[in-house]
Write a protein that binds this ligand. Structure first.
Ligand code: UDP
Ligand code: MG
Length: 314
């Protein structure tokens, strides 16, 4: 097998026919041996039935069906663990990742100059402005505070060599943030850019809140900066209170000490209480992650597949 394309699908019955048709149209003239490895991420619609239907007609179609909705990250991981190709691509099922880029990506890898071809969108048109705004802030922040190198607008859509994929499978962490993982493993990456495309059919699975939580995961997974922030707060507060102490002693010596300042005392107490709770919350985030990692639960459970000797649980 030369090329495996991994497609995580969650309730994509509407988009799948378009996707299948377009990918087949692009790959058929390529004279390359390929498999389309669909991962049904616990869809509640007819996605699995559609996949089975295609699989009966076309030997290129492979599917893994997970026992419930594990999330896109887990679905991708299931794909990585079961991809047989020398080259491996990840794509969304909604044609937001244009299959027409694939031949160019393949060519780039075949020159041997790169290990991976990644894509990023240069526009975010068609996306709610609030979402774009927060997305931009997120990329600015995470690049500053972590050693994962993540381009703004980077997609999960990429084609990589098996060596790189093996490295990614090796990173078996439970809280997965692939954009960070791709950057972390390194390798020679070539970036392609393209204009944003809106999804062909169906609805986005990412509500604002889900994305926000995902962004927080990204930060906590790839950076200890929030923890350092707590130490910095502590240090500055200590320094500040020392200055205030000196001021109060001097004032007492020079002017005596009439009792007042009840309001300001309460303000300081509430302020400090707030900061302490915030810092505990930050620490809690890391402790919670550690807890989840320590349990070593599987990332995914496959209940149905047409792939022989598929890895069903990992
Ligand atoms: N997806 C998934 N599991 C989920 C959510 C999404 O497998 O829990 C898949 C989805 O089917 C699609 C891809 O991840 O192929 C990207 O999702 P979507 O297009 O909804 O995200 P957006 O493009 O809006 O960021
Ligand atoms: Mg999409």
């Amino acid at each position: 097998m030369e090329l495996s394309i991994i497609i995580p699908c969650y309730n994509e019955e509407a988009a799948l026919p378009y996707f299948y048709e377009e990918v087949t149209r692009v790959l058929a003239p390529q004279k390359i041996e390929y498999e389309l490895l669909f991962v049904n991420d616990g869809s509640t619609d007819e996605t699995l039935r559609v996949l089975k239907h295609y699989a009966e007609q076309d030997a290129h179609i492979k599917y893994l069906s997970l026992s419930r909705n594990f999330g896109k990250e887990a679905a991708m991981y299931a794909g990585f663990c079961n991809a047989g190709g020398d080259y491996v691509a990840v794509m969304d099922a909604d044609l937001q990742d244009p299959p027409s880029l694939l031949p160019r990506m393949l060519e780039t890898l075949q020159t041997g100059e790169y290990d991976c071809v990644a894509t990023r969108r240069v526009t975010r048109q068609g996306e709610p402005p609030v979402r774009s705004f927060f997305a931009r802030r997120f990329y600015r922040i995470i690049n500053k505070i972590s050693d994962a190198d993540i381009a703004d607008g980077a997609r999960d859509f990429r084609l990589m060599k098996r060596t790189m994929m093996d490295a990614i499978v090796e990173m078996g962490e439970y809280n997965r943030f692939s954009k960070g993982i791709f950057g972390w493993v390194g390798f020679r990456t070539c970036w392609l850019t393209y204009e944003n495309v809106e999804r062909v059919a169906g609805k986005t699975k990412w509500k604002f809140w889900k994305l926000f939580k995902y962004a927080m995961d990204g930060i906590v997974n790839f950076s200890q900066a929030p923890l350092n922030l707590a130490s910095w707060f502590g240090m500055w507060m200590t320094f500040l209170s020392f200055l205030v102490l000196v001021f109060i002693i001097v004032r007492k010596l020079c002017f005596g000490d009439p009792v007042d300042g009840w309001a300001s005392t309460i303000c300081v107490i509430i302020f400090m209480g707030g900061i302490q709770l915030f810092c505990m919350g930050v620490m809690g985030q890391y402790v919670a992650k550690t807890y989840m990692e320590a349990k070593h639960r599987p990332h995914f459970i496959v209940t149905e597949t047409n792939k022989e000797d598929a890895q069903k649980i990992k």
